[in-house]
Design a protein around this ligand. Structure first.
Ligand code: NFE
Ligand code: MG
Length: 567
């Protein structure tokens, strides 16, 4: 039987422009291509500039995860200069990383991907009292009551009756793969709306510490610019610390009582989807939340797991770790760039060479990163598996508890191996959110204690020796491993490369024609209706794509794309 080709272009509810092509035979995906369709960027712009300014430029790579590029950038320059940063600076950066990560994960689940599983229109059929019974069986969240659910249902009804569904207009409502009972749909829609408040609270923490967000302003190569001496006009004073504490407590309750139970319920009610979406099972993550000034001791472990085998976990141990540095390469064989090589990012080039979509040739602006010459999946699932392999007690506890609760609802066995799936990525992401919250609290307490001890240092000025230095910085960003690589010559940037989470996952076939993680994860997915490929979205969205990050070059002919006249 011949196959049918479908093309989803653009994939929506993501950041940036992604095209996914699939061949479908007998109701299943048999081949897939992931193509980054957007051309923009930063790396080349950085050449010749002051390394102390790079973090401000790299934040512009993305409109979603600005913060993570700032962090990876200062870490890269600090690694090149062998610069230690003060403990207060580590702790303040860690608070920002945690708040940013929680924000990102909450937005991803509710606002970017829940509607792949939740049927908004079906929520109209729900009985609000039965919805309250269902929700109270999952969690003691105070808003899980019939009055609240009836009010949400009324809002949805008015929206549907108006005929103006706005951002909900083109959802796949009534799709045969939508399986939740109306009550579960209504509960999820109510939490979708509540989540809008909690993602804001998380961002408020980032804004208090970073002076603004998106695009935090408080970093410096060598530390942070927050003033913390209470005797000298501290900007991070007791009042602000107390505000952070209040926001943190509210967030913690939402994650524990709403986000986690919702993902558990959806995973259980869609247990028939657990076999789908594994794809590339080499997993790469990096440790984060440094607890010392050098970056040798981390609260969250990371490392490499080949072929899903946790027994073969190899940790990445510290900033500057040669195991990471020597094994990351980027291939451009199937990407729209000049040349055909896998290279270390230190020697990387970003010279565009567009050819149109060629399924056996070049078909994407995204490069194909490899670790130990193989594709690797990055993201919360990779991070959670690494933390389990490394014996991280918090992660193991949350995971075992979640799996047991899924089993109890689904009435079937759900082994650890079920995590290698599209739903597994959602579950891992919310477990990681719990761990991020624990780190938020831990770093907050450590910062307050350190300031109380009278340590007000937050910055070590960098010194640029003559000659060349090279270094890289990594960060376990919400979508996975982010690394920035820098070559400095006489105090100026000679080369700068960013290898980004969505580059790892959205990458096309690599040097050996091995499929990238999105592509491989789509194979075998059922497609019930080729006209409405909801299942493709389920799997692709589970990675949380960000194509702005994944492709980040610039037009080196400097043509005008748009002219803006300020009046
Ligand atoms: Ni643009 Fe990002 C994160 C980075 S990427 S969202 O997390 O880096 O894929
Ligand atoms: Mg790059």
């Amino acid at each position: 039987m011949t196959s049918t080709r479908i093309s989803v272009d653009p994939v929506t509810r993501i950041e940036g422009h992604l095209r996914i092509d699939c061949d479908i035979r007998d109701g299943k995906v048999v081949n897939a291509w992931s193509s980054g369709q957007m051309w923009r960027g930063i790396e080349t712009i950085l050449t010749g500039r002051d390394p102390r300014d790079a973090w401000l430029y790299t934040q512009r790579i993305c409109g979603v995860c600005t913060t993570v590029h700032a962090i990876a950038s200062v870490r890269a320059v600090e690694d090149a200069l062998n610069l230690e940063i003060p403990l207060n600076a580590q702790l303040i950066r860690n608070l920002i990383i945690a708040a940013h990560g929680i924000h990102d994960h909450v937005v991803h689940f509710y606002h970017l991907s829940a509607l792949d599983w939740v049927d908004l229109v079906s929520a109209l059929q729900a009985d609000p009292k039965a919805t309250a019974t269902l929700a109270q069986g999952l969690s003691d969240w105070p808003n899980n009551n019939a009055r609240q659910f009836a009010a949400v249902q009324e809002r949805v009804k008015r929206l549907v009756e108006s005929g103006q569904l706005g951002i909900f207009a083109h959802g796949y409502w009534g799709h045969p793969a939508m399986k939740l009972p109306p009550e579960a749909n209504l509960m999820a829609v109510a939490h979708y709306l509540e989540a809008l408040d909690y993602q804001r609270k998380s961002n408020q923490i980032t804004a208090i510490l970073g002076a603004k967000t998106p695009h935090i302003q408080n970093l410096a190569v060598g530390g942070v610019a927050n003033a913390i001496n209470p005797d000298d006009q501290a900007t991070l004073n007791l009042e602000r610390l107390a505000a952070i504490r209040t926001l943190m407590d509210a967030l913690g309750a939402f994650v524990r009582q709403v986000y986690l139970p919702d993902v558990i319920a959806i995973a259980a009610l869609y247990a028939d989807w657990l076999p789908y979406g594994a794809g590339v099972t080499n997993y790469l993550s990096v440790p984060d939340f440094p607890r010392d000034t050098k970056g040798t001791d981390f609260a969250m472990p990371g490392g490499y797991i080949p072929a899903g085998d946790l027994a073969r976990f190899q940790p990445v141990k510290q900033f500057g770790d040669p195991f990471f540095e020597q094994n990351v390469k980027e291939s451009i064989k199937h990407s729209w760039y000049q040349g055909d090589f896998p290279r270390s990012p230190y020697q990387g080039e970003t010279l565009p060479d567009y050819t149109d979509f060629q399924e056996d040739g070049a078909y994407s602006w995204v490069k194909s990163p490899t670790f130990l010459d193989e594709p690797a999946q990055v993201g919360p699932l990779a991070n959670v598996l690494a933390m389990v392999a490394a014996g991280h007690q918090g992660t193991i506890g949350y995971l075992n508890d979640a799996l047991a609760r899924i089993e109890a609802i689904a009435g079937t066995q759900v082994p650890m191996s079920a995590l290698h799936s599209s739903l597994g990525r959602h579950l891992a992401r919310c477990i990681r959110t719990q761990v991020l919250y624990d780190n938020l609290v831990e770093n907050y307490d450590a910062l307050v204690a350190n300031i109380a001890r009278g340590d007000y240092t937050s910055f070590n000025p960098p010194v640029f020796p003559k000659g060349e230095q090279m270094g890289f910085g990594f960060h376990e960003a919400p979508r996975g491993v982010l690394s920035h690589w820098i070559l400095i010559e006489n105090g100026k940037i000679k080369n700068y490369q960013a290898v980004v989470p969505s580059t790892w996952n959205a990458g096309p076939r690599n040097q050996n024609d091995a499929l990238g993680p999105y592509e491989a994860a789509l194979l075998g997915n059922p497609i019930l209706d080729e006209e409405r490929p909801l299942e493709v979205l389920r799997t692709v969205h589970s990675f949380d794509p960000c194509l702005a990050c994944a492709v980040h070059l610039h037009d080196n002919k400097r043509r005008d794309s748009v002219r803006v006249r300020a009046l």
